[in-house]
Write a protein that binds this ligand. Structure first.
Ligand SMILES: O=C(O)CC1=CCC(=O)O1
Length: 96
């Protein structure tokens, strides 16, 4: 099941620089592992914002929730989710 997820990162301004660096490195490591596994299908920066648009491929809403809750930056994110389903005019067989 595919989900469109928009994540906006809002780091506290008083967070120590070393903690920010660590969180971003941990986030990158997990994001790249999930991309390699096919769970995090797309990851795009929204130009001009500390935010991304992503597509996740997971079993169901519970699996998406569990995945998002694992993200190191989760406590510093605003997250919006849209469930996706196949468009009848899509030519992509993996759009499901
Ligand atoms: O920078 C972001 O948009 C937050 C993020 C998601 C995956 C990652 O590595 O950073």
């Amino acid at each position: 099941m595919l989900f469109h997820v928009r994540m906006t990162v809002k780091l506290p301004t008083d967070m120590p620089a070393e903690q920010v660096t660590r969180l971003k490195a941990d986030e990158k490591e997990l994001a790249q592992r999930l991309q390699g596994e096919g769970t995090w299908r797309h990851l795009w920066r929204i130009a001009g914002l500390y935010a991304n648009v992503s597509v996740f491929d997971v079993a169901d809403a519970q699996a998406l929730h569990d995945t998002l809750m694992q993200l190191p930056l989760y406590p510093c994110m605003e997250i919006e989710v849209m469930a996706l389903c196949r468009h009848p005019s899509s030519i992509h067989d993996d759009d499901r």
